[in-house]
Design a protein around this ligand. Structure first.
Ligand code: ADP
Length: 334
């Protein structure tokens, strides 16, 4: 069953792991979620119970995987990690579930991408800690019920809207992670800089934080790039100016928006005069799924005041026009 248990395979994986906080006290921000999870962990531990299943949702890079590891660590449990699309048959899931010991955490990333047949299998495992396996084929096929050890499922999803109602209802703890504000990200950058032994001034950390799209993973990556720049061009110290020059070299603009964010705003302005635009027309125009726009891109654009949701549709706000040197009602560049 080895292939179903993967560590997350990202190019910046080693770096990610080095900077990953391993305790609640090192996890900066998301105060409410942290407080809630810490409380439930403490209560479950005091009773000698297994922690309830938890769903963590929110855009990529905000700390869902990190929290899953912290929860397992606080429960003094083992964690097994896999991802929705990797489990392609119920048998793979059965193998995973039967290998769990009491109290273990099973982390399923991208849980919304799990196949229906596999998902249905998970219901009885989550609810009653049993699975029904079909053995043999044809006329001899019969179902055998297996008990599994009580475990905690932690599901992560960037698209909570795609999770089926029966799946969602089986999670006792639902948590939605929000984007981080610049001050919180600044603390994360400063902590990462200490771990990496990088000299950084507070204004340098803030500059990186401001341009990181509210996302710790991006902040850590920009810190790494700024460190390289400082090493070659600026005496190994990241000041505000050094960070700014390093990020300009990477084409990261002052707003911290990424390419898709800008494409969404630009398309809305150029094709729809800034709106109101319905989500489906907008999605077709930028070539992205409506749900991804709604759950991954829009929340940040709304939070930062680039975009607004109205009953008539989405509308670009003056800050969004300003990004392209334009004003509402005047969509011709001067
Ligand atoms: P997700 O699973 O939501 O995509 P991760 O948990 O993999 O995100 O987080 C990406 C990286 O960002 C982690 O390696 C970690 O270093 C950093 N990170 C995320 N959240 C925080 C936080 N609250 N405090 C410090 N670092 C964080």
């Amino acid at each position: 069953m080895e292939h179903t248990v993967t560590t997350l395979n990202r190019p910046d994986q080693d770096f990610d792991i080095r900077l990953r906080p391993s305790r609640f006290s090192d996890f900066t921000g998301q105060e409410k979620i942290k407080e809630r999870l810490e409380l439930f962990v403490e209560a479950a531990k005091a009773r000698g119970d297994v922690l309830d299943h938890a769903l963590l949702s929110g855009p990529p890079g905000l700390g869902k995987t990190t929290l899953a590891y912290i929860i397992a660590d606080s429960m003094e449990s083992n964690i097994k990690c896999t991802s929705g699309p990797v489990i392609d048959k119920p048998g793979d899931l059965a193998g995973l579930l039967t290998s769990l010991e009491r109290g273990d955490v099973l982390f399923i990333d991208e849980i919304h991408r799990m196949q229906k047949t596999v998902e249905e299998y998970l219901y009885s495992a989550m609810e009653d800690f049993v699975i029904d396996i079909v053995i043999d084929q044809g006329p001899n096929a019969r179902s055998v019920r297996l008990n599994i050890e009580p475990f905690t499922l932690i599901g992560a999803t960037t698209r909570s809207g795609l999770l089926s109602a029966p799946m969602r209802s089986r999670f006792g703890l639902l948590n939605r992670l929000d984007y981080y504000d610049a001050e919180t990200l600044k603390k994360i950058v400063e902590r990462s800089a200490r771990i990496l032994n990088v000299d950084i001034e507070p204004d340098g950390a803030l500059e990186i934080a401001r341009r990181s799209r509210g996302t710790p993973r991006i902040a850590n990556n920009l810190l790494r790039r700024s460190r390289d720049y400082a090493q070659v061009k600026a005496d190994n110290i990241i000041t505000e100016d050094v960070a700014s020059r390093a990020l300009a070299l990477l084409d990261i603009d002052d707003s911290g928006l990424d390419e898709m964010d800008k494409r969404i705003l630009q398309t809305m302005i150029e094709k729809f005069g800034g709106g109101p635009v319905g989500i489906s027309s907008m999605a077709v125009s930028v070539g992205e799924e409506p749900g991804t726009i709604e759950e991954v891109y829009e929340p940040y654009l709304i939070q930062e005041g680039f975009l607004q949701r109205t009953p008539q549709g989405r509308v670009v706000l003056p800050r969004g026009f300003g990004l392209f040197g334009l004003k509402p009602g005047n969509t011709q560049q001067e």
